[in-house]
Design a protein around this ligand. Sequence first.
Ligand code: PLP
Length: 431
Amino acid sequence: MTITENPHAALLSRHRAVMPQWLATYYREPIEITHGEGRHVWDAEGRQYLDFFGGILTTMTAHALPEVTAAIREQAGRILHSSTLYLSSQAVDLAERIARLSGIPDARVFFTTSGTEANDTALLLATTYRKSNQILALRNSYHGRSFSAIGITGNTSWSPTSLSPLQTLYVHGGVRHRGPYAHLSDAEFTAACVADLEDILGQANGQVAALIAEPVQGVGGFTSGPDGLLAAFKEVLDRHGILWITDEVQTGWGRTGEHFWGWQAHEGSGPPDILTFAKGVGNGLSMGGVVARAEVMDCLTANSISTFGGSPITTAGALANLQYLLDHDLQGNARRVGGLLRSRLEAISAGLPVVREVRGRGLMLGLELASPAAAGVVLEAAREGGLLIGKGGRAGDALRIAPPLSLTVAEAEEGASILEAALKQAQSELG
Ligand code: PLP
């Protein structure tokens, strides 16, 4: 078939001609997804896939969830956008719910259109509040693609420039499986990271504004330090008046099963000062936001606005989505089904040296593979078998599993079986 007779090949060729070369895509032949339902999506040729990546952790509850679709339809029939210059009852409803859920006392909420814009805002707040452009971030981190978010991102494969307006100091703490502290116990690892933090603070040039950290590193390959590490960090931060920003763009809304927010695995020293969210809350709509103590949120004295942040259409969809999540205890489902899936992945991996580690909790599970090439083979083979998964890690050598939180046990079993075959293929091809 020539390119003119093959619509998919023609689309790919037009995509390559008009989109930036650096725009990330998965697969040798990127898939054109046309629709979805529940935990499944379909491509333009009618092939069905079980979605173990939830879009990109954006489909939090389920694809084409009728409750969310109805809320969006209803809102679209009235008005798409009016702007934050006017009041919106559903924006206030959603902000109140998120403020209550956040665990941050006296919280205020600002809506954005993405995780990047949320982190950008958090950095704006922290640097203004503290009158400092120095930020602490974790090595291997990812916080978005604006100029400032790239500047603090520690994972250099997603950080195309070092010309940042911020001065970033990187600390250990997000990665257990490699690096100088890999052999340490949890308690030793925490102590070593705290010592590293104190050491770097000793080198800081005046005061530091904030530490930003993903409780579980997303793009970094679903890695994290031990529970309580960020609480231990907070004790040090509090002594210096440094703010703690928790980037919950991937870890929020019960994805990790045990906690509603990732930071709650580090609760010991109290809540963070600033929390950022995005991805799943809108179930695919462009919704993000920042929660902060009123004193921190209101440190900005000039007017500010995000034109599309908290628009009627996104807040209507997000409210319905959040309601469904809470009514159906999808956090509990993530804990139960994620626990079963993790056990199954551990059993599968036991006989396959190509898998170096199975990690994660809830429906945020990672597999560290022997090489980026192995991850590439598994991704393609899983796709052939009808399963979509994500990649990540420092060099693309980790697999990421993050399905919609409504995943059933039968779907978990089905996905694990497809993954098993794909891993065996990588094992036999690459040894
Ligand atoms: N923070 C984290 C932890 C992320 O994983 C991402 C995106 O993957 C972002 C921020 C940026 O979010 P967005 O792509 O919505 O701008």
